[in-house]
Design a binder for this molecule. Structure first.
Ligand code: RIB
Ligand code: CA
Length: 318
């Protein structure tokens, strides 16, 4: 893979579970992109667990970009985590875990919102943000610094669904954790490029993918293989069924635009429904029924995006 003259800078906001780790590797291992910073948000697990996962990941894979801790709870409700699915550390594994971070490992700051604001101010062209968790940090930034809204050129978000949910029958997890933040981003006029469950469910990981990683024969490949197998087993305890790749699909769609088809739509957020709070409602009949305010990932090319994801994991594993 040839390195272009100037890789595209990108900021990643994440609630650092395994699929987030895989997504960061997809971007970091692509010579056309430069990860400039991570902002951490509570979601998959409480913030301290997210921080530990991020520092362990950075140590294991040699990340040099700064990592900042952000919001530890949603804007307007209590935190609900995905530990009921992912386990206490949000890194379900079939064996190995990420090694503990070295004693000197440290976050760059505990003010991710200010760090992201500084980055947006300093980055020349409108910038790209990849969001892989609840949008609490992003919404908090937009509330504090509405002047920076024009500096966000792209906000690509793994979240929401134009179809059924996963956290509830109606709501995808990242949207369900902090629906008010999604609403704030919509109200701010930021065009969300939503990679929802419906698109992600077209890109799947299999237990055999873990076998292929393990066959690379390095300690990193063995760790990634065990974490991937633990992730695949979310779909079926024996790993016999494939598991949708959520965050890695969003990251792959970013670095490989030809791997995803997008449609314009009107994105609305359900805040009040008893059964539907956290549901992202997509109105496709734009502009007849509503004004388009979002780009919705609608058709993923599985083979192409899988190649991007597992090619990156193999490079990271060497
Ligand atoms: O619904 C999937 C999303 O929720 C992913 O981002 C996963 O990491 C969890 O945060
Ligand atoms: Ca995530």
């Amino acid at each position: 893979m040839t390195r272009p003259a100037t890789p595209t800078p990108v900021w990643i906001d994440t609630d650092m579970g395994f699929d987030d780790l895989a997504a960061v590797l997809v971007v970091d291992q692509n010579p056309g992109w430069q990860v400039e910073g991570l902002s951490l948000v509570a979601g998959n697990a409480p913030l301290p667990v997210v921080e530990d996962n991020a520092l362990r990941s950075a140590a294991c894979f040699g990340w040099r970009f700064p990592i900042h801790a952000g919001c530890d709870k949603p804007l307007a409700c209590d935190l609900v985590t995905a530990q009921y699915v992912l386990g206490e550390d949000a890194m379900a594994s079939a064996g190995r875990q990420l090694p503990a971070a070295p004693s000197g490992a440290a976050l760059a700051s505990r003010d991710a919102v200010s760090a992201l604001a500084r980055w947006l101010e300093a980055t020349g062209t409108p910038a790209t943000v990849l969001a892989l968790g609840p949008l609490t940090n992003i919404a908090t930034l937009l509330i504090a610094r509405p002047d920076l809204i024009p500096r966000i050129g792209r906000l690509v978000w793994m979240g929401g669904s134009a179809g059924p949910g996963n956290h509830t029958a109606a709501a995808e997890f990242n949207a369900a954790v902090d629906p008010e933040s999604v609403q704030r981003v919509i109200d701010a006029g930021v065009c969300i490029e939503m990679v929802g469950l419906d698109a992600c469910r077209l890109v799947r990981a299999h237990a055999a993918d873990a076998d292929a990683l393990r066959a690379l024969g390095t300690e990193r490949s063995a760790i990634l293989a065990d974490l991937l197998l633990g992730y695949v087993r979310i779909a079926s305890p024996d790993g016999s069924r494939p598991m949708a790749l959520y965050d890695p699909t969003a990251a792959a769609a970013l670095v490989c635009p030809e791997g995803m088809q997008w449609r314009e739509g009107h994105l609305a957020m359900e805040l009040d429904g008893t059964l539907t709070r956290g549901m992202t409602v997509v109105e496709w009949r734009v502009p007849r029924k509503a004004i388009a305010n979002a780009r919705i990932a609608s058709l993923a090319k599985e083979e192409k995006l899988r190649d991007v994801v597992f090619g990156a994991l193999a490079r990271a594993a060497r």
